[in-house]
Design a protein around this ligand. Structure first.
Ligand SMILES: [Fe+2]
Ligand SMILES: [Fe+2]
Length: 196
């Protein structure tokens, strides 16, 4: 499926705001991918598709997961916001013919993040957070940082997300903690290497 067909199909499925957000994430992801030498086409695909299932009902989402034998953990099943990432990866594969495993992974984990993130996943994770529609105070800072150091930018977003979820008394998926711990451990290792 080419770019035009994907956009046309998504435009018919998503609300106007969600479609605009998806386009904006795709464009930001393309810029970051170019800068960090990640294939730009993959960044576009993951960016444009990341919220393709965001407006599905919980009932439809659970049905799709069941049909494709995807068993989710207790936290993902009890937090509606987490469902759409997993369902989105299925929809991208089944209805949009996207086969690239890195793209599907970036869609699947764009909400929680995870340990050992690919550069593509970090790009989608950060681009999703700095989209102007989200109006986070740190947007300008994170955008600047993301062109300098993708790990540091991801770490800032992960910390802010965890803080926000705690202040709202929301569930927090273990993948989010693992992603943050992983990036901190890696940054300590880099620091030790530089010192030695
Ligand atoms: Fe999302
Ligand atoms: Fe999004």
């Amino acid at each position: 499926m080419n770019k035009e067909i994907i956009e046309k199909k998504l435009k018919n499925t998503l609300s106007e705001n969600r479609f605009r957000h998806s386009l904006s994430v795709a464009r930001e992801s393309e810029k970051l991918a170019k800068f960090h030498k990640v294939p730009v086409e993959l960044a576009y695909l993951a960016g444009i598709m990341h919220d393709c299932a965001k407006e599905f009902s919980v009932r439809d989402s659970l049905e799709i997961l069941k049909k494709h034998n995807v068993a989710l953990d207790k936290i993902s099943l009890n937090e509606n916001k987490l469902l759409h990432a997993h369902v989105g990866a299925i929809v991208a594969r089944e209805e949009y013919g996207i086969k690239d495993s890195q793209v599907l992974d970036a869609i699947r984990y764009h909400t929680t993040a995870k340990e050992n993130m690919s550069s593509l996943l970090k790009i989608i994770y950060v681009s999703d957070s700095i989209d102007p529609t989200k109006k986070h105070d740190s947007t300008a800072y994170v955008r600047r940082l993301s062109f300098n150091n993708l790990n540091k930018a991801s770490l800032v977003v992960l910390t802010e997300t965890i803080n926000r979820l705690i202040s709202r008394n929301s569930l927090i998926h273990p993948n989010t903690f693992q992603a943050r711990n992983d990036l901190i451990i890696k940054s300590i290792k880099i620091f030790k290497k530089k010192v030695n």
